[in-house]
Design a protein around this ligand. Structure first.
Ligand SMILES: N[C@@H](CCC(=O)N[C@@H](CS)C(=O)NCC(=O)O)C(=O)O
Length: 272
C-alpha cells in the first residue's frame, strides 16, 4: 500500500500522534475526523510510516505499545488494552509523552483541547452522551458480523450473524436513528447540522462516521429507511460532507476505504 500523504506537524503546536492499525478507517476514524474538521496537525503513525519508509516502522510502534508484557511504559503510562491510542508529546508530567486510549476518552480529551467539546458543563455532558450513544451503535454494528467470538472468522459464525444482523436492522437501527433524529429536531439553533448548539462537536463527527459506515455495510437497509429520518440523512449527513476540512479530507488519500473493519459489507446480512 502506498503511504497516504501525511499532514506535517508544526513544532510549536502540541504534537498529536494517532496509533491505530494501518489500511482501514476502523475506530481510528473517529479521531481522524476531529483532527481534520478542526484543521489540527497530527501524525497517523502506522499509515504515515509504512515498513518501506526509511524511518521507524509505524506499525511496529503500535505493536510495541500493545505488548502484553507492559505494566508501565518507559514514560510511566499504564498499559493499553486496544487501539485507537493517542500519544501527546510533552503532555504528561515533566514533559513526557502522555498515552491514552478508549475512543470516547480520546474524543473527550480532544474535544476540550480543540474546541469541539462544548462551551459549558451541560454541553460537555450532552456531547459526551451523544458520542457514547453513537459509539454504542458502532459496537452493535461490529457484533452483526462477530456475534459470538471476536477473535474468530465471520465465516465460522454466519448463522448467528444473520440472526444478529436481522435484529439490528429491524429494531436497533430504527431505535438509534429515531433518537438522533429527535435530538436534531429539538436543537433548533443547530438547523439540522448540529446535535448540540450551533457549533460542530465531536458528537457530530462521530455520529456522521457511524451513518457513513452503515451506508457502506447495509446499503439497501439505509436506502429503505432514509425517508424516515430527513434531518439525519439530509441536512446533517450532507452538511458534514461539504464542511471545510472534512470535504478535502474525504477527497484525499488519507481517507481510507472501508474493508475488513467494523463496517463490512456482507450482502447476505443486508435487507433482501
Ligand atoms: N471500547 C474500545 C474498543 C477498542 C477496540 O475494540 N479496538 C479494536 C480495534 S478497532 C481492537 O483491536 N480490539 C482488540 C480486542 O478487543 O481484543 C474503544 O472504543 O476504543
Amino acid at each position: 500500500m502506498s503511504s497516504p500523504s501525511s499532514k506535517r506537524q508544526r513544532t510549536s503546536a502540541p504534537i498529536y500522534e494517532l496509533l491505530y492499525y494501518p489500511g482501514i478507517p476502523g475506530r481510528g476514524e473517529f479521531i481522524r475526523l476531529v483532527f481534520e474538521a478542526t484543521g489540527t496537525e497530527y501524525t497517523d503513525v502506522a499509515n504515515d510510516h509504512p515498513p518501506s519508509d526509511s524511518g521507524p516502522n509505524g506499525y511496529g510502534v503500535l505493536q510495541k505499545a500493545l505488548s502484553p508484557d507492559i505494566t508501565r511504559d518507559e514514560f510511566g503510562n499504564p498499559p493499553v488494552f486496544a487501539p485507537p491510542m493517542l500519544r501527546i508529546v510533552g503532555a504528561a508530567k515533566d514533559g513526557k509523552p502522555l498515552l491514552i486510549h478508549q475512543t470516547p476518552n480520546i474524543l473527550q480529551y480532544l474535544g476540550e483541547k480543540l474546541g469541539v467539546g462544548g462551551s459549558d458543563e451541560a454541553e460537555r455532558l450532552w456531547i459526551n452522551q451523544l458520542a457514547l450513544t453513537a459509539l454504542d451503535l458502532n459496537n452493535e454494528c461490529h457484533d452483526t458480523h462477530h456475534p459470538v467470538a471476536v477473535m474468530e472468522y465471520y465465516e465460522d459464525q454466519k448463522d448467528e450473524a444473520l440472526k444478529k444482523a436481522t435484529d439490528f436492522r429491524k429494531s436497533r437501527i430504527p431505535k438509534f436513528f429515531s433518537y438522533f433524529e429527535r435530538t436534531l429536531r429539538g436543537n433548533q439553533e443547530g438547523g439540522g447540522e448540529y446535535l448540540i448548539s450551533n457549533k460542530l462537536s465531536y458528537a457530530d463527527t462521530t455520529l456522521w462516521q457511524v451513518i457513513d459506515g452503515l451506508k457502506f455495510a447495509f446499503p439497501k437497509e439505509m436506502e429503505a429507511r432514509k425517508a424516515d429520518y430527513p434531518l439525519l440523512f439530509g441536512t446533517f449527513y450532507g452538511a458534514m460532507k461539504e464542511r471545510t476540512g472534512i470535504k478535502s479530507y474525504l477527497e484525499s488519500d488519507r481517507r481510507l476505504k472501508y474493508s475488513n473493519g467494523v463496517f463490512r459489507h456482507y450482502p447476505e446480512l443486508d435487507r433482501q
